[in-house]
Design a protein around this ligand. Structure first.
Ligand code: ATP
Length: 198
């Protein structure tokens, strides 16, 4: 049975914690494939405008170039309307080559704590095993609504990585260096395109 990981995010921009998490998930869960899924319209982050999909995709390609077992899945960028994870899961499950595959949804603690607000979240729990990395010193811990429901969860032993896309964008807006937070080709891309400059 194939083991497939799904790692979604706005990746605005992709950063070192994303790269570390993706590699760790691939290896720790012995995945046949980890699919990176940039969100088209992340409905929970509608308070701000995302960088254009073409830029986020280009940076994702640069961050994960030649990384074995990791592929970029553009399905949420191609779908119109809000990017719901359950739609992506059901779309993948309907593919003949993935019939019966075991699915792992890779998320950080902030998303685990929030998962009970996701569209059709009980169906997500039924169809996928959660693989959760701690974040900012917080170990994987579900909200009470999720704790009350039986679900499969594997902790991912990611060492604490104090990096977020929000912090990177605000540094880049100010013209501060971001070299320690993103892979070098992503830092070059942001510098040359002035992507986050005000
Ligand atoms: P933003 O600051 O814009 O909200 P982000 O840094 O959280 O972005 P996303 O693209 O939203 O990045 O994250 C994709 C996934 O990666 C989410 O499940 C998130 O929890 C996880 N993640 C991101 N950064 C970390 C980190 N430093 N440690 C653990 N998980 C992380």
């Amino acid at each position: 049975m194939k083991r497939i990981g799904l790692f979604g995010g706005s990746f605005d921009p992709p950063h070192n914690a994303h790269v570390a998490m993706a590699r760790l998930a691939r290896d720790h869960l012995a995945l046949d494939e980890l699919r990176l899924i940039p969100a088209g319209d992340p409905w929970q982050k509608s308070d701000r405008q995302l960088a254009p999909a073409a830029d986020r995709l280009a940076m994702l390609r640069l961050a994960f170039e030649d990384e074995p077992g990791i592929v970029i899945d553009e399905s949420e960028l191609k779908r119109s309307g809000p990017s719901y994870t359950i739609d992506t899961i059901e779309q993948l499950q309907s593919r003949p080559d993935l019939a019966g595959a075991q699915l792992f949804l890779v998320i950080g603690q902030d998303q685990y704590a929030n998962l009970h607000t996701w569209h059709r979240w009980p169906d997500i729990l039924r169809l996928a095993t959660l693989a959760v990395a701690g974040r900012e010193g917080e170990a994987p811990r579900p909200a009470p609504q999720l704790a009350a429901v039986t679900h499969r969860m594997v902790p991912l032993p990611l060492p604490p990585m104090p990096v977020s896309a929000t912090a990177i964008r605000s540094r880049a807006t100010e013209g501060d260096h971001i070299d320690e937070m993103v892979p070098p080709p992503v830092a070059d891309y942001i510098e040359h395109t002035h992507l986050y400059r005000s």
